[in-house]
Ligand binder design. Structure first.
Ligand code: MTE
Length: 367
């Protein structure tokens, strides 16, 4: 592991550590909304095992399964032989905001609202690679496998998962359905973000964007990997039958959060500047329509202004001015998207604590 300080944070990272055995860390929300493109130092890290060290010279990406021509490619071959693609896309963990679920307490990393970030990803499109390998009839899913090793109570396995082939082939070179990225914000990926190669699936929960990618398998079935077949599912109770019956989560949900002021701030009565982010549902064609704030428990709402670029599969940053009085106990934000979806006031509990997207509320003291 590349960690060199006691928190397990790699050099330069400015994050709050939520778990350090496998690094899980998120930025303070006020830092998060400083830039539409999240700097690498402030980008959350979500690892299920130790960060592997990959030797780029001997590294080969393997493409196998239902393809005409299995391929083995070095990173240099991937970069030279396939068209360069660059796109900004937001990654967010399905467990983002888990700490807001009410009792009973859910096991897992107690994320605040910072397990999200927006970066410029460069590499090539997965579709270009699949076309070169040649898809065989009946192919339906694309599996990914990372070079990390997760040690369970009884076994060891790599992190992995899959996406439907339709998603892998979707989009175009401006916004591919999935990218094979070698760079994040124009610099080679850092170790904790997947060096030398990772998948980025715009619109999908972060778990589908497999880091340290070493193997792609084309199949007629979804991946049997634990992180697709069992984890990352919305279930009311954590039993084998409930897990088996539930579908894997792919798209992330519509969401928003207030970053400034911080919870518990003491502010003066009058006009208050509020800032935050909002993310449209990760389905094609969903854009944010309104972002609204309330200082009276949701009885009346004030519109926020988008102050960042607006791009497919990317978050927006927003700012609003709202009146607060000594009676104001909290600020609330909710977003609505172009398909008419609105964030719910409450969110039903689920056993793994995923996809929390109820109104984000920040308690305040107003003097
Ligand atoms: N890929 C591998 N190989 N191992 C992992 O633990 N975590 C996933 C995904 N890809 C993970 C992985 C999860 S759950 C998320 S949310 C994103 O990586 C986080 O990406 P980041 O750490 O670059 O922010």
């Amino acid at each position: 592991m590349h960690a060199d300080d006691k928190d397990g944070l790699p050099p330069g990272k400015r994050l709050v550590v939520r778990a350090s055995q496998s690094l899980n860390a998120e930025p303070a929300l006020e830092d998060l909304v400083a830039d539409w493109i999240t700097p690498v130092e402030g980008f959350y890290v979500r690892n299920h095992g130790p960060t592997p060290t990959v030797d780029v010279e001997s590294f080969r990406l393997s493409i196998e399964g239902m393809v005409e021509k299995p391929l083995q490619l070095s990173v240099a071959e991937l970069v030279e032989r396939f068209p360069a693609v660059k796109a900004s896309a937001t990654l967010t963990c399905a467990g983002n905001r888990r700490s807001e679920f009410q009792e009973p307490k859910i096991p897992g990393v107690a994320w605040g609202a910072g397990a999200i970030g927006n970066a410029g990803w460069s590499g090539t499109s997965l579709a270009a690679l699949l076309r070169q390998a040649g898809l065989r009839d009946g192919a339906k899913h694309v599996w990914f496998e990372g070079a990390d090793e997760i040690v369970d109570k009884i076994e060891k396995y790599p992190f992995g998962g899959s996406i439907p082939l339709e998603k892998a082939l979707a989009g175009d070179d401006r916004m591919p359905g999935a990218l094979l990225a070698t760079k994040m914000n124009d610099k080679p990926l850092t170790a904790e973000h997947g060096f030398p190669l990772r998948v980025v699936v715009p619109g999908y929960i972060g778990a589908r964007s497999v880091k340290w990618l070493k193997k792609i398998v084309v199949s007629d079935q979804p991946s049997p990997n634990h992180y697709l077949a069992q984890a990352y599912k919305l279930i009311a109770e954590d039993t084998p039958a409930a897990v088996a019956a539930a579908a894997p989560i792919y798209e992330y949900v519509l969401n928003s959060a207030i970053a400034i002021p911080a919870p518990g701030s003491a502010v003066s009565a009058g006009r208050l500047k509020v800032e935050g982010f909002a993310l449209p549902h990760g389905a094609p064609g969903h854009t944010l329509k309104t972002i609204e704030l309330s200082s009276d428990g949701g009885q009346s709402w004030t519109g926020a202004k988008i102050i960042s670029p607006v791009k497919d599969f990317c978050w927006v940053l927003w700012s609003a001015e709202i009146s607060v009085t000594p009676k104001t106990e909290r600020l609330i934000v909710r977003a609505t998207d172009s398909a008419g979806e609105t964030q719910p006031r409450d969110m039903p509990w689920n056993a793994k604590g995923y996809q929390y997207n109820a109104w984000h509320q920040v308690p305040l003291t107003v003097k």
